[in-house]
Design a protein around this ligand. Structure first.
Ligand code: ATP
Ligand code: MG
Length: 400
């Protein structure tokens, strides 16, 4: 299913060189990137890429240098034309746009943030920020309105007071804030960011990531973000695509990729990842036995025996966690005992909590941590040894 505003790529291929159509046949016959180059002198930029970039989400593209990330991104506003394939936006084939429609698409619906800021050195911060708005403005009133909008975005990225300064007077991080303000000011729904934060110091970079995350929770733009940095990808990406030699090796959530790398290449990327910061309680929980507070201790004992779990959680009438029981506690209880009265308190964690933050909770109790959904209903349990095993695991790619 594709929704309004989704970007859909179908078998997009880009071959660089003098006769790409002929080289395409060699490629389709199965030549590798190296073979194609050796045999025909052509370079594969992007190879049969099919994917959907969902509207309002942040889609991250990762891969080694030369794997085709920038080439892929530049297709999305047709700075590069594919050798073959289709690119749809809102269900329309952008490759069919005439020059007028293409100009409007680029100006009104997309904006780009570059690694090296690409600001105009002779324009002030305010003029740089208003640049995309000026392109659209038809009269002086519209230009004035553009200044007000630009001013608003300068404030949003934390640069109030610097409006009249020139890029040469700013630090790298500040320049990139101007780049971001300029991209946001036009209200374009598609934000294309090619290594936008890579030139920044680690701390400033982290600041910019936080700022983008904060803005995005409110703005819900469609962001395509390219990075070499796995931590950045995992922080920003709702979905992550890993590219290799022009092709997509895997697309998925950060959690998918870390838990189930599709290939050796992907496995190498995630080798050193801090799993505790990526994997969530919800993704690695085990099934739990949940009993109602009005059940009899004997019935609960029977259920515990039937399954390999030594613990049952008690839920109250609203389905919320009221405590935990084990066999010893149940055996000691009389037939009419109230389960709530004999249950012990148990730590709980929301499903979205990352394991790094769940682990300390296991110190509070010998019972496994109860994993809850956003309404407080019990989704499952997470024993301490399971958390440790997940943190220590090294994911291997599937064989074959
Ligand atoms: N204009 C061009 N002419 C010829 N080949 C090109 C051109 N642009 C890119 N390529 C080739 O296409 C492939 C992909 O390049 P691209 O710039 O997309 O890589 P990238 O993943 O963005 O790398 P990096 O991380 O270094 O920016 C490379 O092999 C490159 O040599
Ligand atoms: Mg690049």
């Amino acid at each position: 299913m594709t929704a309004m505003g989704d970007i859909v790529l179908r078998k997009v291929t880009k071959i660089f060189g003098p006769a790409p159509a002929r080289a395409l046949e060699t490629l389709r016959a199965g030549a590798s990137k190296e073979e194609l180059l050796a045999q025909t002198g052509h370079t594969i930029g992007v190879r049969e890429v099919s994917l959907t970039i969902e509207a309002g989400r942040c889609f991250v593209v990762m891969g080694l240098s030369g794997s085709g990330k920038s080439t892929l991104l530049r297709h999305l506003n047709r700075l590069i034309e594919p050798t073959a394939g289709e690119i749809l936006f809102d269900g329309q084939d952008i490759l069919r746009f005439d020059s007028d429609a293409l100009r409007r698409f680029r100006r009104d619906r997309t904006s780009m943030v570059f690694q090296h800021f690409a600001l105009f050195p002779h324009k002030t911060v305010l003029d740089n920020t208003a640049y995309g708005l000026d392109l659209r403005a038809r009269d002086r009133a519209a230009r004035r309105a553009g200044r007000t909008t630009a001013q608003h975005w300068i404030e949003r990225v934390g640069l109030s007071g610097y409006e009249a300064q020139y890029p040469g007077q700013l630090s790298g991080g500040m320049r990139q804030r101007v780049g971001l303000a300029r991209a946001l000011a036009t209200n374009a729904e598609i934000l294309l960011m090619d290594e936008a934060f890579s030139a920044l110091d680690p701390l400033i970079r982290r600041d910019m990531q936080d700022q983008l995350i904060r803005l995005q929770t409110e703005l819900r733009r469609t962001i395509v973000f390219i990075t070499h940095d796995l931590d950045e990808a995992l922080r920003l990406g709702d979905r992550i695509a890993i590219m290799n030699a022009g092709a997509i090796e895997q697309v998925g959530s950060g959690e998918d990729i870390v838990q189930r790398p599709a290939s050796e290449y992907v496995a190498r990327f995630i080798e050193d990842v801090n799993r505790g910061r990526v994997l969530t309680a919800g993704a690695v929980r085990l099934e739990a036995i949940v009993v109602r507070e009005n059940e009899s201790p004997q019935a609960v004992l029977a259920r515990l025996h039937a399954q390999p779990l030594a613990v049952a959680y008690v839920a109250d009438a609203q389905g919320r966690l009221a405590g935990a029981l084990n066999e010893t506690m149940l055996r000691g209880a009389g037939p009419g005992a109230d389960l709530r009265a004999i249950a012990r308190p148990v730590p709980s964690a929301p499903a979205a909590l990352v394991l790094e933050r769940v682990l300390p909770l296991t110190l509070e109790s010998d019972f496994p941590v109860a994993v809850l959904d956003e309404h407080g209903a019990i989704l499952g349990m997470l024993p301490k040894d399971r958390i440790i095993a997940e943190l220590a695991a090294r994911q291997r790619a599937p064989r074959g």
